[in-house]
Design a protein around this ligand. Structure first.
Ligand code: GLC
Ligand code: MG
Length: 548
């Protein structure tokens, strides 16, 4: 019914368009997806989902999301089209930085459950063909970690050199300040030892000293521990910052060598993958080495940090330039990792100024440009930012998932836990949970959830999007981005409109499309005219077409 209304009103239903144009031999997409996701390059075809376990689903009414709660939501994630999870830190932590301050590398934080809950999560995910990456946070520990507690006792104890100590708040061979948002000094005086220790992040997160080979061995052992447990890999936190020297602090040759060792540890366990959190906005090329010996994936910070700026201007050039540059910079075999939101940035809703077509087009680019998409939990519901701060300002994008809608008056309901908890949530929900919960969006064909489901469905089982080639087509219309994704036996064209105010027609003179376009998604139109292609679209339009 809603779909009919949508068509009658000529509303721009960017959600699944009925296919128009020629019909190409259709593959069994479920079988294709199974084939792609079970092969050695599974991570290039998977759609990942970043979970903040604390805010995802509470199972025991303490207001804190937990591993058992997450298990109970795996079916929902599968329905959405998710193939793999990245769990933000779940190891014991005093929580000075939301778990990025680890006090025990071989256990589960009691608020999240037990090691057997974790094993059960792995088993439940694997039974569904889903993979699980955990956050590996080894640039620093918590001050509460026993290694630091020992190190600070004296200048001569067995772990005296496991951290970066100094008599003064600075050292010429450690020429680095704190990372942005983590204070004004990277040095804090420890009264017990009577020396300063170095920390790129909060004072509660002392940096390990990687010049000490025992530290290298200890953290590689941590990786082995989780791989042996059955995790499918790691998201490596701040990994470029391991070593410091007079030459600098970011991706020193010694850090590169460590990452190569970590890769060997991973490769001893078949089918695992790891993704780097790089430092800075430049391309992540240094994290890939020769394409085989370092990371499988690294986050594209250029797109992740700048898409909102790019989508607020009416030009396609920054996007075209960015993805061309990435394509040229990365070695063969490297896989870009594309996100539009994470636990470190504002919600896509806020970055889009509440304009739905922005986060939708940004998500379309995320799912169809070369790379692996990482969806941040709640993005599929267009979660609004929260306003309560428990840890720091990033909490506005770390609010609980609203799952259930309030029923009709009089019916039984879990109250203001919105299905996340039967208790009192550890942090307040973001704004408007009544309009941004799974239950209400699931049945609304115009919702962000419906948009994500159809977009992920479009990508599913189509090799071109995970590993196909990219050809950006120059057009005579600066506000239209047009590109071709191609694999051995299929070719797709994607069109994205950057102008939110006017209809546009764009002509790509040398498109040389192999066949006539059949629209699979969106509201744009594409026609082939000899070697040229012509796209017509409404304001903020978009389209995905099959041309072979
Ligand atoms: C990474 C994490 C961030 C954390 C920091 C310190 O940047 O994404 O959330 O605060 O590392 O671990
Ligand atoms: Mg709980």
């Amino acid at each position: 019914m809603a779909a009919v209304l949508c068509a009658l009103a000529l509303a721009r239903c960017a959600s699944p368009a009925s296919p128009s144009g020629p019909v190409y031999p259709e593959k069994d997409r479920a079988a294709e997806a199974a084939r792609l996701l079970s092969g050695p390059e599974w991570y290039r075809h998977a759609v990942f989902y970043e979970v903040y376990v604390r805010s995802f689903q509470d199972s025991d009414g303490d207001g804190i999301g937990d591993l058992r709660g997450l298990v109970s939501r795996l079916d929902d994630l599968q329905t959405l089209g998710i193939d793999a999870l990245w769990l933000m830190p779940i190891m014991p932590s005093p929580f000075a930085d939301s778990g990025y301050d680890v006090s025990d590398y071989r256990a589960i934080d009691s608020a999240y459950g037990t090691m057997s809950d974790f094993d059960a999560l792995l088993a439940a995910a694997h039974a569904r063909g889903m993979r699980v990456l955990v956050d590996l946070v080894v640039n620093h520990t918590s001050v509460a970690h026993p290694w630091f507690q020992e190190s600070r006792q004296s200048r001569t104890n067995a772990r005296a050199d496991w951290y970066v100590w100094s008599d003064t708040p600075g050292r010429p061979d450690v020429p680095c300040g704190p990372m942005p948002t983590f204070g004004t000094s990277a040095w804090t005086l420890d009264p017990v030892r009577g020396q300063y220790y170095f920390h790129r992040f909060y004072p509660a997160q002392p940096d390990l000293d990687y010049w000490n080979p025992d530290v290298v061995a200890a953290t590689l052992d941590v990786a082995r521990f989780w791989l042996d447990r059955g995790v499918d890999g790691f998201r490596c936190d701040a990994i470029g910052l391991l070593y410091e020297s007079a030459a600098g602090c970011d991706m020193l040759p010694e850090t590169v060598a460590y990452i190569q060792q970590l890769r060997q540890v991973l490769d001893a366990h078949p089918g695992r993958a790891m993704v780097a959190e790089p430092i800075g906005f430049g391309t992540a090329a240094p994290y890939f080495g020769n394409g085989q010996d370092m990371f499988h994936m690294a986050f594209d910070f250029g797109y992740g940090f700048l898409w909102d700026t790019w989508f607020s201007a009416a030009s396609a050039q920054p996007l075209a330039d960015h993805f061309s540059a990435v394509q040229q910079a990365l070695p063969a075999g490297a896989q870009n990792a594309l996100y539009i939101g994470s636990h470190d940035v504002q919600r896509a809703f806020a970055r889009s100024m509440g304009i739905a077509s922005r986060w939708r087009r940004a998500a379309l680019v995320q799912m169809t440009m070369p790379g692996t998409p990482f969806v941040y939990y709640g993005e599929e519901l267009a979660l609004r930012p929260g306003s309560q701060v428990v840890v720091d300002g990033r909490d506005h994008a770390r609010t609980p998932m609203p799952w259930d809608a309030p029923p009709l008056p009089g019916a039984q309901w879990s109250g203001f836990g919105w299905g996340f908890t039967t208790g009192w949530p550890w942090i307040a929900f973001g704004a408007e949970p009544e309009g941004t919960n799974l239950e209400i969006e699931r049945d609304d064909p115009g919702s962000t959830y419906a948009f994500y489901r159809s977009l992920l469905g479009l990508r599913r089982g189509r090799e071109s999007f995970g590993t196909g080639t990219l050809r950006i087509l120059p057009t005579d219309q600066p506000s239209v981005l047009l590109y071709v994704r191609e694999s051995a036996d299929e070719t797709y064209v994607v069109a994205v409109g950057m102008d939110e105010g006017a209809w546009h027609t764009a002509v790509a003179a040398d498109a040389n499309l192999p066949g006539d376009p059949a629209r699979l998604f969106g509201d744009a139109r594409l026609a082939r005219d000899g070697s040229a292609a012509r796209v017509t679209m409404p304001p903020a339009g978009m389209g995905v077409f099959r041309v072979r």
